[in-house]
Design a protein around this ligand. Structure first.
Ligand code: ADP
Ligand code: ADP
Ligand code: ZN
Length: 223
């Protein structure tokens, strides 16, 4: 199917399913812009902005940052010119209110969501993945100690930066994040199904197999 740009994709799925990992690969493969609300919050935290300070308490507990601030942050970000070809939304929206706000902000730009790949994964798998996640303090690259380890332990392959474990990837917080996902985010599956945008991808496979399945899924809106 021929299609005009911008092509906006929304990745949904539980924490640890691999949204960020896949979004980075798709960004490179499709030339779209990945926007991760979690990364935007972590950047604000690092730079000690007012927004970062507000978000921190919620993030530490594994709860969602309030809709109004999250929506404002993303609305501002998608104005930039690097989003012109399309955005891969990673971790946003996470509530029905955010989903409706995203529809409205895209409508203001005369655009819309084209496809919503849902990463379907089992609870044990995402808990296991998240507890072994490591992130580069410098460039944000994401590793997994068992499934996607760096060449040298604790050191980023890309930039030699130091790898750290996110404080919200502790076993206690991980369970609460999964709970929050089921309660507040999983209704998005129904929301996008009803709009005929949902396509399910089996995320319980190795990274490259998931990537192939993702490419297959997005083909219909990209070509
Ligand atoms: P994960 O990749 O494991 O799903 P994220 O990096 O996306 O985690 O998010 C980390 C934390 O940032 C969340 O637990 C939440 O506190 C906050 N956050 C990220 N995106 C949103 C959002 N769309 N709405 C509210 N809070 C968010
Ligand atoms: P999300 O953004 O959905 O929270 P991430 O992309 O950060 O998920 O992935 C969670 C962790 O699992 C990371 O440590 C990542 O390296 C690893 N990971 C991602 N996809 C897979 C996969 N298909 N198989 C094994 N590990 C994976
Ligand atoms: Zn790095």
């Amino acid at each position: 199917m021929a299609s005009a740009y911008p092509v906006h994709l929304v990745l949904v799925g539980p924490p640890g399913a691999g949204k960020g990992t896949q979004a980075v690969m798709l960004e490179r493969e499709l030339g779209l812009k990945q926007i991760s609300s979690g990364d935007l919050f972590r950047e604000n935290l690092k730079n000690q902005t007012e927004l970062g300070q507000l978000a921190q308490a919620y993030m530490d507990r594994g709860e969602l940052v309030p809709d109004n601030v999250t929506i404002a942050m993303v609305a501002e970000r998608i104005q930039r010119s690097d989003c012109a070809k399309g955005v891969i939304f990673d971790g946003f929206p996470r509530t029905l209110e955010q989903a409706k706000a995203l529809d409205e902000m895209l409508a203001l730009q005369d655009s819309e969501i084209r496809l919503v790949p849902a990463l379907v994964s089992s609870d044990e798998v995402v808990i296991d993945r998240m507890t072994g996640r490591r992130v580069c303090r410098n460039c944000g690259a994401v590793y997994q100690i068992s499934y996607n380890p760096p060449k040298v332990e604790g050191v980023c392959d890309v930039c030699s930066g130091e790898l750290y474990q996110r404080s919200d990837d502790s076993p206690e917080t991980v369970r609460n994040r999964l709970y929050v996902y089921y309660k507040q985010t999983s209704p998005l599956i129904g929301y996008y199904f009803a709009k005929n945008l949902l396509v399910r991808v089996n995320a319980d496979q190795p990274i490259d197999a998931v990537n192939q399945a993702m490419l297959q899924a997005v083909k219909v809106v990209i070509e």
